[in-house]
Design a protein. Structure first.
Length: 258
């Protein structure tokens, strides 16, 4: 009985210490909104204003490109872009529309050393990419060229892919795909220029081909704009023997008014 009472007391003390440490941590690093940086009630969340403006992508969507439809046209329906120019990947899914709030979150992850945001973003991505995740055997990020990686210090897509691997249990393949050619920033380029900019920029190293051969792969990036980057990366993976490639991004640029 005494032993049980001692154990209960010890657990109570440990819980009090954890609570106190959490309180101190909140004072030093107060919880702030992921979108605007305003103080919030909990870590890893959005304030009411940012939450109301964030546009989550829900069904119905194009079965291939994941483009949201304004109305439900039935299962398996494709959008005009998917019919006119079928992508090399099997499916693409995104969690949110790339608007002001999503842009702020992506930029904090990408340029402000906020790699801690990846776990929160991955949670939203896992919900949006259920069918793509369920079809995949392994997960990998869209890579940065080594020179850009040295400047930026980390690859935001790799942080998202790593967090998704932990959440989903999919095997993480961080070195299966390389960006072998330095490319211009895609921002500001048109559709054709984006495609030309990343054409032939990716490769699967010979030593890593056994990791992708015959596998269904989940390719992760932060934002889907025209799809030029993930299409180029997908072609490199398929040429190396991948069975299928699925794409999952945190955000995607809206094709038009929703």
């Amino acid at each position: 009985m005494a032993s049980s009472s001692f154990k209960s007391t010890r657990m109570s003390i440990a819980a009090s210490i954890r609570q106190a440490m959490g309180t101190i941590s909140d004072i030093v690093y107060p919880p702030v909104c992921l979108g605007c940086g305003e103080i919030t009630g909990t870590h890893g969340g959005l304030c009411g204003d940012c939450w109301s403006r964030l546009k989550a992508i829900e069904k119905p969507v194009c079965d291939v490109l994941g483009t949201p439809f304004p109305y439900d046209a039935g299962e398996g329906v494709l959008c005009a872009d998917a019919i006119a120019d079928p992508p090399p990947f099997a499916k693409a899914r995104s969690a949110v529309i790339y608007d002001d709030v999503a842009r702020s979150i992506v930029h904090r992850l990408k340029y402000s050393d906020r790699s801690d945001l990846a776990a929160v973003m991955a949670r939203w991505m896992a919900r949006a990419g259920g069918d793509a995740i369920g079809a995949a055997d392994a997960i990998l990020p869209v890579p940065l060229h080594r020179r850009r990686l040295l400047r930026r210090r980390y690859n935001q897509s790799a942080e998202l892919a790593r967090a998704l691997s932990r959440r989903t249990g999919l095997t993480y393949l961080p070195a299966a795909l390389l960006r072998t050619r330095a490319t211009r920033q895609q921002v500001g380029l048109g559709t054709k220029a984006r495609a030309g900019n990343v054409r032939g920029a990716f490769t699967v190293p010979e030593a890593r081909r056994s990791q992708v051969a015959g596998q269904s792969l989940l390719l992760v990036d932060d934002v889907y704009t025209t799809g030029a980057t993930v299409k180029s990366a997908t072609r490199a993976l398929l040429q190396a023997g991948a069975g299928a490639v699925y794409v999952l991004t945190f955000a995607r640029v809206a094709p038009g008014p929703l």
